[in-house]
Design a protein around this ligand. Structure first.
Ligand code: RB5
Length: 148
């Protein structure tokens, strides 16, 4: 039986190098990574890659998604248009931890032009290792799905 946690990763041309490096790091830690592209510097449209990742998370094929663009903003806007996706754009540790604990976020968005790779890796590790608290937050999450 495959018990590895599966993560979908996607990026545009501004984020693919971070995405590739995150895949290496996560794979070496025992995660199974699904690379949704893009895979080179040619200019592409971030909503395409956000949708690929979000579909894998929505279907249950992957537990989490990670999206990287220049700022992380375009990816987060695109991802949050998918029902069942709770995408958080994170630039620092505190909100990365809280969005898992309170929002049960299932997609992490990162801005490769805004933070160092070391910070992106730190936030990824926090995101993947922090549990949802449940309780009163469950009700709020159910309300989010009704907004779409
Ligand atoms: C691409 O130049 C850039 O606009 C994109 O990576 C992202 O930052 C959009 O939000």
């Amino acid at each position: 039986m495959n018990t590895k946690i599966k993560i979908a990763l996607g990026a545009d041309h501004a984020g693919y190098e971070y995405k590739d490096r995150l895949i290496s790091e996560l794979t070496s830690k025992g995660f199974e990574c699904v690379d949704c592209g893009t895979n080179g510097p040619k200019s592409v449209d971030y909503p395409v890659y956000a949708s690929k990742v979000c579909e894998l998370v929505r279907s249950g094929e992957c537990k989490f998604g990670i999206l990287v663009c220049g700022t992380g903003i375009g990816m987060s806007i695109a991802a949050n248009k998918h029902r069942g996706i709770r995408a958080a754009l994170c630039n620092e540790a505190g909100s990365t931890e809280m969005t898992r604990r309170h929002n049960d976020s299932n997609v992490l968005c990162l801005g490769a032009r805004m933070i160092t790779f070391e910070k992106a890796l730190e936030l990824t590790n926090i995101f993947l290792s922090t549990e949802f608290e449940g309780g009163r937050h469950e009700r709020r999450i159910e309300m989010l799905d009704k907004l779409l």
